[in-house]
Design a protein. Structure first.
Length: 405
């Protein structure tokens, strides 16, 4: 016998009575305090919503048992609880703040998706209701800032008009005739959610009674995800929290920069330009410093029997970006080999003049076998970073022994 789903007709039902059809031991679940025992409970009817269609499951109580999860098993709704529930009658209580939050987000998603499709030809191909943020994936062209704000404005206008939200039942042919937004292939009687003069969408989720109870929709971001465009948003209490936290971050930033809110974009743009100029200046100075230090280090390194110069140095207190240009400058000298490590970070750079004739990639592999780290490169140039920066000196000494053989 299939579980009768009370939430189909009354999303506001918080307390209900049901009969326990069965209660069986389940796989242990991971909780706050670690792994704990669990049971699967099937009822003859339930107000608990199972995870489905992008909407997470409800939580709450079955008798004295905490409901940890709810999922579909064919026609049955399975409740995962933290203790055994006796067969017979049981009282259920849905965690209302969580349920109402999900209702606000889900109805808000229907409304926002309808505005994107109706006004800008962007259909929603998936929906996810997260812990803090909700997302919809839109298919089609990249939505512009004006389109994102236009959909938000249109959805909020419908919210302020407090339009009724109704549950409709019918076959897919009947729903298609009255303008369903997304057709489905399922046969039989289907459930659909209708937002008056805005949307009709097949859905088994929980929804508010009118758009006014959504409160507000706040669109926050849009990013490319594979072939689609992911729009982040929040509704109702979430929108309020998100807007408040965004404002607080903005207040802290403007206070740090000493500018007014309206001047923030221009101030940040100016800082970015200044940063880019300083970055170019630093790179130029590092190049000049590398050239000068390389000449000095090569001059102080006596050549070996075959004319090879091995310059092995542990660097300390220098800019990390100096390693690569310094090694490169050293390697410009005939038969020169540069072995450099930065003691603070464990960064390693090995470079050689082609005529030096060593295989630095093989040498690095041997070093990393003894001193764990990640890196790679070619026969003439490699770089890596050691897991333990304290191994820098020992790793350098090993590299020196290998290339000197």
């Amino acid at each position: 016998m299939a579980t009768h789903r009370l939430y189909y007709d009354d999303s506001y039902l918080q307390n209900f009575e049901a009969r326990v059809v069965c209660c069986l031991p389940a796989e242990p679940v991971r909780g706050i305090a670690g792994t704990q025992a669990a049971w699967e409970v099937v009822l003859d009817r339930t107000a608990f919503y199972p995870t489905s269609g992008g909407q997470p499951n409800d939580l709450g109580l079955l008798g004295e048992a905490n409901v940890l999860d709810v999922h579909d098993d064919d026609e049955d709704v399975v409740h995962i609880v933290d203790r055994e529930v006796t067969t017979g009658e049981v009282s259920g209580c849905v965690n209302w703040p969580r349920r109402f939050d999900h209702m606000q987000q889900h109805t808000g998603q229907h409304l926002l998706s309808a505005m994107f499709q109706e006004r800008f030809g962007l259909p929603t191909v998936s929906f996810h209701l997260g812990e803090e943020i909700c997302t919809i994936d839109l298919r089609g062209h990249e939505p512009s800032r004006d389109e994102l704000m236009g959909a938000q404005r249109a959805a909020n206008r419908a919210i302020f008009e407090d339009r009724p939200v109704n549950v409709r039942y019918g076959t897919r042919e009947e729903l298609a005739r009255i303008g369903v937004r997304k057709e489905v292939e399922r046969e039989g009687i289907l459930r659909a959610i209708e937002i008056e003069s805005a949307d009709l969408q097949p859905c088994g989720g929980t929804h508010v009674k009118s758009t006014g109870q959504i409160g507000l929709i706040l669109v926050r971001a849009c990013t490319k995800v594979r072939q689609d465009w992911r729009v982040e948003f929040g509704c109702g209490h979430r929108a309020e929290r998100l807007a408040t936290s965004d404002y607080e971050r903005q207040r802290i930033i403007t206070a740090s920069l000493g500018c007014a809110v309206e001047d923030l974009p221009e101030t940040v743009a100016k800082l970015v330009r200044e940063r880019d100029v300083q970055f170019k200046n630093v790179r130029a100075l590092l190049g000049q410093l590398a050239e000068a230090r390389a000449a000095q280090m090569v001059a102080m390194a006596p050549p070996g029997a075959n004319g090879t110069r091995v310059i092995a140095t542990v660097l300390q207190g220098v800019h990390a970006d100096l390693l690569q240009p310094l090694a490169t400058e050293i390697a410009k000298n005939e038969k020169a080999i540069a072995l450099l490590v930065l003691v603070e970070s464990g960064q390693v750079v090995l470079a050689q003049h082609p005529e030096a004739g060593r295989d630095l990639a093989a040498a690095l592999k041997q070093v990393l076998a003894s001193f764990p780290g990640k890196g790679g490169g070619s026969k003439d140039f490699v770089r890596a970073k050691l897991v333990n920066a304290g191994d820098s000196a020992a790793a350098l000494e090993m590299a020196k022994r290998i290339v000197s053989q």
